[in-house]
Design a protein around this ligand. Structure first.
Ligand code: IVH
Length: 723
């Protein structure tokens, strides 16, 4: 009521005429009032006025400044008011992408990791490569770019390619120098690391929240993330966040030869580094550090969720390079999954975007590792019956039934799953679960396909309804907006579900016309419960932010069967530009054999994938959606940022024979990192054949076709000219 009166007062006062001094005073009061509500909205998510009231205030300010433009000259704040949410954070394009890490859980996987590295580097299995081991901090990563020793811009990871500019807020953290005067600090250098909140600060903050009758925060990681992305840096300061430096991005120079020396330099330059960082010389050393850190875990004042192992030599790191979104030279060894006992209340069947019927156990809610778990995957029909994917018995052949008491296991971000059933506690009346043979959503038959590879029946039952099945369409839409695809903030499963049911979004391109249709009154999102002007304009802002996207994400987001992130990346990097991708897909859809063979020729892409791409693009409806999206979006190639300057950028290369100095995998990875495309067969389109020892028919064919053939030494000379 009090707020309502205040708003009315502002509306009334701004309609009156005052002298200059008093007009300024009124304007200031109004701006301060709006700033207060900005703060309440963004801090702690606890607005004290409704979205409608906020909009009224904003409109009052806009009207007032329109009538008296001379007044607004001195207020930078006003420039932003018209487009309020854009005040949040500007985007920053990472010149070196911010990667993630692959995970392992078992000690034996560490052995595999090291074997893979040795093989890639053509080293013997007892090469004794040096590693470092350090805790994996459970916070959010940030990148700090220094130019001539001054902090220029700090950004969040975002999607790894583009993050948010949080420079002002970062400056409030401890362990981050604003300027660095050391002579060995490179003139351009991006320090990367983890922003985190200490546990005791987290508990203290939550005590305050509870005292004030507010909902407490879930965990230190989410709270750190929210605290860093505040519009008022003073709020960030009050949250007392910290930063551990552990990596780097763009660098004009790298003054040391090992990761460990770099970490020591970080310390000298004024950053906090993690004291548990250790150099290791063997698997035993690495596992020893893992055990030490695990034992000490509960004594630490910050959350960690594993140990990261990194190859220490920077030269070897460089040779190992990257695969998809993770370096080959590092891995995260996660702490063991946590378990709990619960009861199955029901078994639900969910239909995925490729029609797969996945059984999900609805559980009596149970807390595992600080998170409330209500669902666990049951994988497939055979898993419920007690049969493993290799045909052997699972759980001694004991099946899973509704009302069973079960052990649930949850590892990190992975979906919880059922580990075991306590048969002694089974209810006498519990019935065997009968897996449906029809899709529960569209009633089409659900079948288990016979694999074309091994002639065996697959374990997944699939709905045959295709685009007739609402659930498949909805799952495809959910994938489209999900984190590794378009990553549209505030467009989670719940919103997508409602928009789909209401008919606002029936296909992916509808997402990008929502704003226009709302403006034209073709749809009315505001009529839905819980939606106000502010939340709607935030949603439109999030959508508009994603009108620019990399080709690989774009391809992945289409949800084509067998085209996961890795294949999407391989396909995207094959194309020089996005238009040539579109042209080829059009032709592939029309069963063009040349294009089919061309794509099959990309190293790493098998016929199953090409067949699936063809099936997707031969459907007129899919082509229309993709063409519409192409017109509405700016689709760029992530590669554009990376390898453009190399001499082999865009060239098609085939390797044949045995290379003396590099494994084939390393040679391929190096060529790709320089923007080349590596193919597996010789056709007239190939630009260079790199021919090692014992190269046979390929070399002859290349010579016949007039293709440039280089030996291994020429190849190294070629790529070291400009890389
Ligand atoms: S190294 C190129 N070291 O884990 C290597 N990451 O799952 C990049 N993280 O996004 C990462 N502690 O936010 C590295 N000691 C550590 C880490 C660490 C936490 C986070 C980081 C990254 C995520 C990958």
């Amino acid at each position: 009521m009090e707020n309502n009166n205040k708003i009315k007062k502002f509306i009334e006062l701004t309609s009156l005429r005052f002298d200059q001094e008093n007009s300024h005073k009124l304007l200031n009061e109004l701006i301060n009032e709006i700033k207060l509500h900005d703060k309440m909205y963004f801090n702690n998510d606890s607005p004290i006025i409704s979205d409608g009231e906020y909009d009224e205030l904003k409109k009052t300010l806009l009207d007032y400044t329109k009538r008296y433009p001379e007044l607004s000259m001195s207020h930078s704040y006003i420039d932003n008011v018209g487009s309020y949410p854009s005040e949040k954070f500007a985007k920053v394009l990472h010149s070196v992408p911010m990667l993630s890490l692959s995970n392992i859980f078992k000690n034996s996987e560490l052995v595999d990791f090291i074997n893979r590295i040795n093989k890639f580097l053509s080293l013997s299995s007892n090469s004794n490569i040096e590693f470092i081991a350090e805790p994996k901090i459970d916070g959010l990563s940030a990148s700090l770019k220094y130019v001539d020793g001054e902090l220029l811009v700090a950004s969040t990871r975002g999607d790894g390619i583009q993050g948010e500019n949080v420079t002002e807020n970062i400056l409030t953290l401890s362990g981050i120098p604003k300027s660095i005067k050391h002579s060995d600090f490179p003139s351009i250098f991006e320090v990367r690391g983890e922003v985190y909140m200490c546990r005791d600060d987290f508990f203290e903050l939550n005590e305050k929240m509870i005292l004030n009758g507010k909902q407490p925060y879930v965990n230190p990681r989410n709270t750190a993330s929210g605290s860093l992305r505040q519009i008022d840096p003073e709020v960030t300061r009050s949250r007392n966040l910290h930063f551990f430096a552990y990596a780097w991005g763009e660098a004009s120079d790298i003054p040391f030869n090992t990761h460990y020396e770099m970490i020591e330099a970080f310390k000298k330059w004024g950053f906090d580094i993690n004291p548990y960082t250790k150099v290791c010389h063997s698997i035993e050393d690495l596992l020893g550090v893992y055990e030490d850190i695990n034992i000490n875990r509960s004594n630490l004042n910050y959350d960690i969720d594993g140990v990261v192992y990194k190859v220490n030599s920077l030269l070897l790191q460089d040779r190992l390079g990257y695969i998809a979104r993770a370096p080959r030279w590092a891995i995260a060894h996660k702490f063991p999954a946590e378990k709990a006992i619960s009861k199955i209340l029901d078994i639900e069947i969910q239909v995925g975007r490729t029609g797969s019927l996945t059984p999900v156990a609805k559980l009596e809610p149970v807390t595992i590792g600080g998170v409330v778990v209500r669902n666990a995957t049951l994988h497939n029909e055979d898993f419920i019956s007690g049969i493993a994917s290799n045909g052997e018995l699972l759980r001694n052949g004991i099946d899973i039934r509704v009302s069973d008491t079960v052990t649930v296991i949850r590892a990190g971000d992975v979906i919880p799953r059922i580990l075991d059933v306590d048969i002694k506690l089974r209810n006498q009346n519990a019935k065997k679960f009968i897996f449906p043979i029809e899709c529960p959503v569209c009633n089409s038959p659900a079948i288990r396909e016979i694999s074309s590879v091994n002639g065996k029946e697959g374990s997944i039952r699939r709905c045959t309804g295709g685009l007739l099945c609402q659930s498949q369409i909805l799952s495809k839409l959910e994938l489209f907006v999900s984190r590794n695809a378009f990553d549209i903030d505030g467009f989670g499963k719940k919103t997508m579900n409602i928009f789909f049911q209401e008919g606002f979004v029936k296909k992916p391109d509808d997402i990008f016309t929502l704003e226009l249709r709302q403006k034209n009154n073709d749809i009315n999102i505001l009529s839905l419960e819980g939606w106000g002007e502010l939340s709607l304009s935030n949603l439109f802002l999030s959508i508009n932010e994603k009108r620019s996207i990399s080709l690989e994400r774009f391809i992945y987001s289409l949800g084509i069967r067998y085209v996961g992130e890795n294949n999407a990346k391989i396909i995207a990097s094959h194309y020089i530009d996005t238009n040539s991708f579109m042209k080829d897909m059009n032709r592939l859809g029309k069963a063009d054999r040349v294009i089919f063979d061309d794509i099959s020729d990309i190293d790493g892409i098998g016929a199953v994938v090409v067949e699936s791409l063809k099936e997707f693009f031969e459907q007129e409806s899919n082509l229309i959606i993709v063409t519409n999206l192409f017109q509405m979006l700016e689709i760029f190639k992530a590669q554009d940022i990376i390898g453009k300057e190399s001499i082999i950028f865009g060239l098609r290369i085939v390797f044949t024979g045995t290379l003396k100095n590099m494994s084939r995998a390393e040679a391929k990875s190096k060529a790709e990192s320089l923007g080349a495309k590596v193919l597996s067969t010789i056709t007239s389109k190939v630009d260079i054949l790199v021919s090692g020892d014992d190269s046979g028919s390929k070399k002859k064919k290349a010579i016949d076709l007039g293709i440039r053939v280089v030996n291994e030494d020429d190849w190294y000379n070629l790529i070291s000219e400009k890389n």
